[in-house]
Unconditional design. Structure first.
Length: 266
């Protein structure tokens, strides 16, 4: 078969929605951590690719077996380092934005893994109930001050060790982290759509400014940002990314005409 590596990622995206995550065993899902709680993501796809072909120097022959996808991705990582990024045109690089044409990345391969093949039959097609079941707990906010401080210290230590936070730890870290720590965390980690939505709805400006600097929002979360974000955050998003039609329509419905004029000026 021809080099249609990216088409296969697009096909998975149609099933799961975006962003979606691939775990080291070849299964896919909608959460950073696998449903069994034992695997952190190895690869994340933010949106669909415009190209079906992966463009890399190592791809000098046709791919006869779709399982070879993983071998090629790992070879690319060996050559340019991990994590590496794949842009919408199929080109690869070590920067989150393409140095050639400023395209943002669509997929990031976080680390070297030994994935042997797709396991599409075990893709975790999330339902509304699944999303609610996996929402981080909010109990952090009703703890005593001493207990909260202990959680903050634990969360910060885990971040310093390169870990991914979940549940109470995540709430604890963001409550006590400096602006620089928050920016560093968003630069190094990727978040599911439901987690992003929760922070948008919470409306913490400094978290949102760090988030939109490193992550493109889904159309639904762009609308959520318009509904819950302040003008500064929304305008910052428009400087980094293109606002979807539904979000622009929502701005108009909310009669935020001054913001529309500023966006149109760009």
């Amino acid at each position: 078969m021809a080099n249609t590596i990216l088409k296969q990622f697009n096909d998975i995206g149609k099933k799961l929605g975006y962003p979606f995550y691939v775990y080291p065993d070849g299964t896919c899902g909608k959460h950073i951590i696998s449903p069994n709680g034992k695997q952190n993501l190895a690869l994340m796809v933010k949106t669909a690719f415009a190209s079906y072909d992966l463009k890399a120097d190592l791809l000098t022959e046709r791919i006869e077996n779709e399982d070879e996808i993983w071998a090629y991705l790992m070879k690319i990582g060996d050559k340019i380092g991990f994590p590496f990024y794949v842009y919408s045109d199929g080109c690869c690089g070590s920067n989150a934005v393409s140095p050639i044409n400023n395209l943002p990345f669509v997929m990031v391969v976080k680390r070297k893994v030994t994935i042997k093949c797709w396991r599409d039959d075990t893709c975790a097609l999330s339902t509304e109930n699944d999303e609610k079941k996996n929402e981080p707990e909010e109990v952090f906010w009703v703890m005593s001050e001493v207990k909260r401080n202990d959680w903050v210290a634990r969360a910060r230590a885990r971040v310093d060790a390169g870990g991914i936070l979940d549940g109470v730890e995540e709430n604890a870290f963001f409550s006590g982290a400096s602006d620089a720590e928050i920016e560093a965390y968003f630069h190094e980690h990727l978040f599911s759509e439901s987690v992003v939505k929760r922070y948008i709805r919470r409306g913490d400006k400094r978290i949102l400014l760090a988030l939109i600097k490193y992550q493109t929002l889904s159309d639904k979360n762009q609308v959520c940002l318009v509904e819950h974000g302040c003008d500064e955050v929304i305008l910052n998003y428009c400087q980094e990314h293109t606002l979807c039609v539904d979000a622009v329509i929502r701005i108009n419905q909310m009669k935020r005409m001054q913001m529309l004029r500023q966006i149109n000026c760009w």
